[in-house]
Design a protein around this ligand. Structure first.
Ligand code: SAH
Ligand code: SF4
Length: 377
């Protein structure tokens, strides 16, 4: 049997929603014209703040990483220095515009960034551990046929401040975040430089073992992580290990074929010795056959992996070659899990966490979040 990671109930009852509309401008105000010091790695901060001594940069950095959003709060700095910093910099270039909660541990935060809204999600597992799911791009260029973010296309990369501030906004409401996953909007490995800067900051408070970067399988990006780190965990959205089908579902796989993907995963694993997660979104009638299970097993051979099975979360209007996508049936799920396990693969079946706030995998996007009437706007 698959291991269920949390045993949460499907979160669909409208009455379970709680939404908070934050009465602030969705786009940052005048203060945000100043550069934000959030998301700036310590080394950079030292040179930005020079000629202040290094220990001052360390103090400012740890205040920022503790989540303060004003220089005034940095009470171990002389008042004069706090004022000067406030005149030159800001600590938030993004603004929380809305928070949706489902009452069962899932929440979606909508955050205004210049040019749009990004979404960050909090999920809670059965043991009460919370995971923050962060976005790295406004939209996504990869065009996977099953994903709402893919429908949006790419507007732009987020910078490190816009990425780390998602975490600070979340932690204000949920101080006990145990894990971070980069599985929100966008493809993290197409924004490697800013991803790395944000990881440099976030991994000062969170062990890299508790941080997972999810990719659609970009060989060059994984190679770069394998060679230069950081040693965060890797999740790869495999979807299916049948090459021909994968190309139709995920256009990115044409330039990143499975044999090259496997090679680079082997190198990553040899270098960092971390178990890799293979994520497979389960599409009813499409990628759940016996040949999908055997191809997955062949791909996993020689790798230390766990297969994370994610039943497709519905998104209106998504089709595959003219046929509307559908969720897998219970029988399809059971058969596919049993087939994978028959090949000796470890599996985790991820139930519909976050659906109640349209914050489940693949449901993040431009007009996402069916908000209760009273809360929208
Ligand atoms: N771009 C990265 C990270 C964001 S997508 C990636 O593709 O890995 C995060 C996960 O959501 C991926 O594993 C993706 O396959 C999955 N996903 C996308 N759309 C989905 C949907 N509608 N239902 C369930 N999972 C989905
Ligand atoms: Fe982009 Fe990931 Fe969605 Fe594919 S699944 S479109 S890579 S966000």
């Amino acid at each position: 049997m698959p291991r269920f990671d949390g045993g949460m109930h499907p979160l669909t009852a409208q009455s379970a929603y709680a939404a908070l509309s934050i009465p602030r401008a969705p786009t940052p105000g005048p203060a945000a014209q100043k550069p934000s010091l959030s998301g700036v790695p310590l080394r950079e901060l030292e040179s930005i703040l020079a000629p202040l001594p290094r220990y001052r940069a360390v103090q400012v950095f740890s205040w920022i990483n503790s989540g303060v959003d004003s220089f005034e709060a940095m009470n171990n700095l002389p008042l004069e220095q706090r004022r000067e910093l406030d005149g030159r910099f800001c600590l938030r270039k993004t603004a929380l515009t809305q928070k949706l909660e489902d009452g069962a541990g899932a929440a979606k935060l909508r955050i205004g960034v210049p040019g749009g809204i990004v979404e960050a999600v909090v999920l809670t597992d059965g043991a009460g551990r919370r995971t923050a799911c962060l976005s790295t791009q406004l939209g996504c260029a990869m065009g996977c046929v099953f994903c709402k973010t893919g429908l949006m296309g790419l507007t732009r990369n987020l910078d490190s401040a816009e990425i780390t501030e998602q975490f600070y906004h979340i932690r204000k409401f949920y101080p006990d975040i145990a894990n971070i996953v980069f599985m929100g909007m966008g493809e993290p490995l197409l924004n490697l430089q800013e991803l790395r800067r944000s990881l440099d900051v976030l991994c000062r408070t969170m062990s890299p073992r508790r941080v997972t970067v999810s990719t659609c399988g970009l060989v060059d990006g994984i190679e770069s992580l394998a060679v230069e780190g950081p040693a965060v965990r890797l999740a790869v959205s495999i979807t299916t290990a049948r090459e021909e089908l994968r190309r139709r579902l995920m256009p990115v796989s044409a330039a990143n074929p499975l044999p090259r993907l496997k090679d680079v995963l082997l190198r990553h694993q040899r270098r960092w010795r971390r178990r890799i997660t293979l994520e497979a979104v389960l599409l009813g009638g499409i990628n759940l056959g016996g040949d999908d299970a055997s191809a997955m097993a062949a791909f996993a051979e020689g790798l230390d992996v766990v297969v994370n099975l994610i039943p497709w979360n519905p998104v209106d209007g998504l089709h595959f070659e003219g046929v509307p996508l559908r969720e897998p049936s219970a029988a399809e799920l059971d058969r596919f899990c049993a087939a994978l396990e028959g090949f000796g693969l470890k599996t985790i079946l991820r139930r519909e966490k976050g659906r109640g706030v349209c914050g489940a995998c693949g449901q993040l996007g431009a007009a996402s979040g069916k908000l209760p009437e009273a809360a929208s706007g």
